[in-house]
Design a protein around this ligand. Structure first.
Ligand code: NI
Length: 151
């Protein structure tokens, strides 16, 4: 296992569309292990392939001390609305309000290629949406609620 460099906003790779994973092999498992280590080392709640320079549809997350990894994630259901602050390891130093669904269901595969479905609310839902956006070249700064004030 090794930690990898996290690309920062301004790097073109972060704006590209990631490709689906088709091989669930040792190379994928090493990448996932590295992404997990990199996320924890940087105190993040999630990390997506493009952030470590790999344009593959892979995300890892840690929400409420639960670790998730998801390959080829696809949001199949979303409902409600939640505006909270979020940040990103590729966008240092700022946290801004972003509107996300309150609840989402995402389908994908685990590291062995088996289908999995995760339903999350609030922060987990936010995290899933944020990481899936990365796979489509979207950063949270594209979605800031500029007019929103707390209370
Ligand atoms: Ni991010």
């Amino acid at each position: 296992m090794a930690t990898r460099n996290i690309l920062k906003i301004g790097d073109e790779t972060l704006r590209k569309i990631s490709k689906p994973v088709t091989k669930f092999d040792k190379g994928l498992w090493e990448l996932l292990d590295d992404m997990r280590e990199t996320m924890y080392k940087n105190d993040g709640a999630g990390l997506a392939g493009p952030q470590v320079g790999v344009l593959k549809r892979i995300i890892v997350m840690d929400v409420n001390n639960m670790y998730f990894e998801l390959i080829n994630p696809e949001i199949v259901e979303s409902s409600g609305e939640d505006i909270s602050k979020e940040g990103c390891l590729s966008v240092g130093g700022i946290q801004e309000y972003v509107k996300r669904p309150r609840r989402v269901t995402v389908k994908g595969q685990d590291r062995y290629g088996y289908d999995i479905t995760i339903t999350g609310e609030k922060f987990l839902a936010r995290c899933i949406c944020h990481e899936v956006d990365h796979l489509n070249g979207i950063l949270f700064v594209d979605k800031i609620e500029k007019e929103y004030k707390e209370g």
